[in-house]
Design a protein around this ligand. Structure first.
Ligand code: FAD
Length: 303
């Protein structure tokens, strides 16, 4: 995808007016291909269907540009209800949360109190909670929060983005903490992030291999079959046990490959976003791949 097109969709993802308007539209533009419903009962159906196929899940209650304490508390309450539902329904499922949704931009102490409440409930039910990594503006605060929280809660982990120049150093600091490795979804400057795809991919493989050898549980979050195949070979050659890692992909992407990896005996986890605040997430997915735009355009023309 050209940088201009990518920047266009990333620009849309950051447009607060469109994000808030889209909540009223319901799913349009084919967003339902990548977002699994708006309610907890509807997303639970998706989780159960995937579990039946040998795939575990991580749920993301979508929410962007949270600017008031009331919104952050509402998000926290919904996430706690989600934890209770996962526990009651006894599904193979954990959570992915974003600190900005829980008040990071409002007041860090308030945000930490919200996350602690979530982690305490999740720990009671033995559910893992992953803190997603957002844009670089929030990077240092997110890493600091993670390290503080992990002292009290061993059921929390985070994400390392291979486009970041500092990813290798930061990953070494996270020994013993569960991590998902991804390429990175935001537009970052050359001061902090690799700009060339080849460098981002090389760094992804390097980080994943280091972690697989180090031994802490690692999620390999990518749809890139080149990377997956290279890591599968590495895993075999090094005799890395299957229970030390999983592959992860986003809901609606490469369903055949998701099922194939699960059938091959790898732990596989689908990341499932849900909720009415879908616009920013959806625009970031369109920014990643021209084919995603093509799929949407085809659907719009033929339905
Ligand atoms: P790409 O670089 O998009 O694609 C590489 C190659 O893979 C393509 O050229 C093509 O050959 C093949 N390919 C990719 N997709 C397809 C497809 N649909 N069909 C056929 N071939 C395909 N980012 C963050 O910044 N923070 C997060 O917390 C975060 N969490 C994530 C969680 C998960 C589970 C995943 C999968 C991604 C997450 N991301 C996150 C997004 C991530 O950073 C990337 O932006 C996104 O995954 C696109 O990169 P990619 O590795 O999938 O492959």
């Amino acid at each position: 995808m050209s940088n201009m097109t990518r920047d266009f969709f990333i620009g849309l993802s950051n447009n607060q007016l469109l994000n808030s308007q889209a909540k009223k539209w319901g799913f349009v533009l084919g967003a339902d291909k990548f977002v699994a419903g708006t309610t907890i009962p509807s997303v639970m159906e998706t989780v159960k269907n995937l579990n039946a196929k040998g795939i575990s899940c991580t749920l993301d209650n979508l929410g962007e540009f949270v600017a008031s304490r009331a919104e952050a508390e509402q998000a926290k309450d919904k996430i706690i209800t989600l934890l209770e539902t996962i526990h009651q329904e006894n599904v193979a499922c954990h959570l992915s949360v974003k600190l900005t949704q829980l008040g990071l931009d409002i007041d860090q102490d308030f945000c930490m109190a919200n996350v602690r409440e979530i982690l305490a409930k999740a720990k009671e039910y033995a559910i893992f909670v992953n803190i997603d990594m957002e844009d670089y503006v929030h990077y240092e605060a997110t890493m600091a929060a993670l390290k503080t929280l992990h002292k009290d809660y061993d059921n929390v982990g985070t994400v390392v983005q291979s486009y970041l120049l500092q990813a290798g150093d930061d990953l070494s600091d996270l020994k013993g903490i569960r991590v998902r490795i991804v390429k990175g979804a935001y537009k970052e400057s050359a001061d902090v992030a690799y700009q060339e795809q080849a460098a981002i991919d090389r760094n992804f493989i390097k980080l994943a291999e280091e972690r697989l050898l180090e031994g802490t549980f690692t999620s390999i979050g990518t749809h890139d079959h080149h990377i997956i195949n290279e890591l599968k070979t590495f895993i075999q050659e090094q005799g890395i046990p299957n229970d030390q890692f999983e592959f992860q992909m986003l809901y609606g992407f490469r369903n055949d490959l998701q099922q194939k990896l699960a059938n091959e005996g790898y732990h596989f986890c689908t990341y499932i976003p849900f909720g009415d605040d879908w616009f920013g997430y959806f625009m970031r997915r369109l920014a990643e791949r021209p084919q995603n735009v093509n799929i949407i355009l085809k659907d719009a023309l033929y339905t």
